[in-house]
Design a protein around this ligand. Structure first.
Ligand SMILES: Nc1ncnc2c1ncn2[C@@H]1O[C@H](COP(=O)(O)OP(=O)(O)OP(=O)(O)O)[C@@H](O)[C@H]1O
Ligand SMILES: [Mg+2]
Length: 306
């Protein structure tokens, strides 16, 4: 297998719920051993897309090929080779940690001594062996997340799909999950993940797409998207003073305006920062490095989605 091999390919993928189009004819492909991220505001269509990839939902139209198999023709074949961490915690609350894994292992026909060894290995891998007899409800949010990751690895998947793997975790929990993902990636696993955390996407993803209203509006490598759409730096001005806008316009700068801020997208910017400080006061502006959140907010807007 070479790294250009397509693990997932979507052509004109569409999903409708009655008359509502949740995913609108999107195209993308995921290569072997990369981490591919879906970003987008609430309701953008990320979960719907990944649910089609893991054969939980059928596409309404278009083509979706996962590990060389068509999701419509061979969902069982696909499910046996992938791992899934869904957006919601779907552990069985009535079973202890150990049984949550054992029962799931049976779905993959992993039984007896083999199942025991595999479950032990995985609990050690995610740092939960000491909790093997605990009830799921006694686990913290981060521990539950790690148990779901362990469960998703039972069948040694080539492709792991994680829908918001670190939502609600503290910084330690988040970094542990990141390390787990990076370790598995080094061992050859391909990842598809969705996230609302731009630092997570920048840290983990080789390529991302930004979805909005069911469509892919941007695709690329995180760093390249930042450079192409924003530049190197952002000069943030915490004021909506019209005279500042006149200054920005007189310098022909690329900027965005909100009710309370100006954001100037710029290469360098030290000179402009000094000028603005001189003219309008030093406490109203900051110069910082551009990041993926700037790209996200610029491309999807700053308003809340209904
Ligand atoms: N089973 C369903 N029936 C009807 N509409 C649905 C269903 N599942 C999702 N939708 C709608 O499809 C759209 C996309 O939802 P989806 O869950 O894919 O968004 P998302 O990008 O994952 O959002 P979030 O970031 O909040 O998780 C939303 O408008 C949602 O209400
Ligand atoms: Mg979602």
């Amino acid at each position: 297998m070479n790294n250009n091999q397509e693990m997932v390919r979507a052509n004109g993928l569409l999903k409708k719920f009655h008359n509502f189009t949740a995913v609108n004819k999107i195209n993308f492909s995921v290569h072997k051993q990369e981490c591919f991220g879906f970003l987008g505001p609430n309701g953008a269509g990320k979960t719907t897309t990944v649910r089609m990839i893991y054969c939980f939902l059928e596409p309404s139209s278009g083509e979706l090929i996962v590990l060389g198999k068509n999701v419509l023709h061979n969902p069982r074949g696909i499910k046996s080779c992938i791992g899934v961490c869904p957006q919601e915690n779907n552990l069985d609350p009535d079973l202890p940690v150990w049984d949550n894994l054992r029962v799931f292992a049976r779905y993959f026909d992993i039984v007896g001594k083999e199942a025991e060894i595999r479950c032990e290995e995985l609990l050690h891998f995610v740092g939960l062996y000491a909790k093997k007899n605990s009830n799921v409800e006694e686990l913290s949010g981060g521990m539950k997340r790690r148990l779901i990751i362990a469960r998703s690895l039972l069948n040694k998947p080539d492709l792991l799909i994680m829908d918001e793997p670190t939502t609600g975790l503290d910084p330690q929990g988040k970094h542990q999950v990141w390390e787990t993902i990076m370790q598995l990636k080094d061992q050859g696993t391909t990842f598809i993940l969705t996230t609302h955390y731009m630092d997570e996407a920048a840290h983990l993803c080789d390529r991302i797409v930004i979805m909005d209203k069911g469509e892919i509006i941007m695709e690329g490598k995180p760093r390249e998207l930042v450079e192409k759409n924003i530049g190197t730096n952002v000069l943030e001005i915490y004021s909506a003073n019209k005279e500042i806008e006149n200054y920005i316009k007189s310098k022909n700068l690329n900027y965005e305006k909100t009710k309370t801020h100006y954001y100037i997208y710029i290469k360098g910017g030290e000179k402009e920062l000094a000028e603005i400080s001189n003219k309008f006061g030093s406490e109203i502006s900051t110069l910082r490095m551009a990041n993926l959140e700037d790209v996200f907010l610029k491309s999807t807007g700053r308003e809340l989605r209904e």
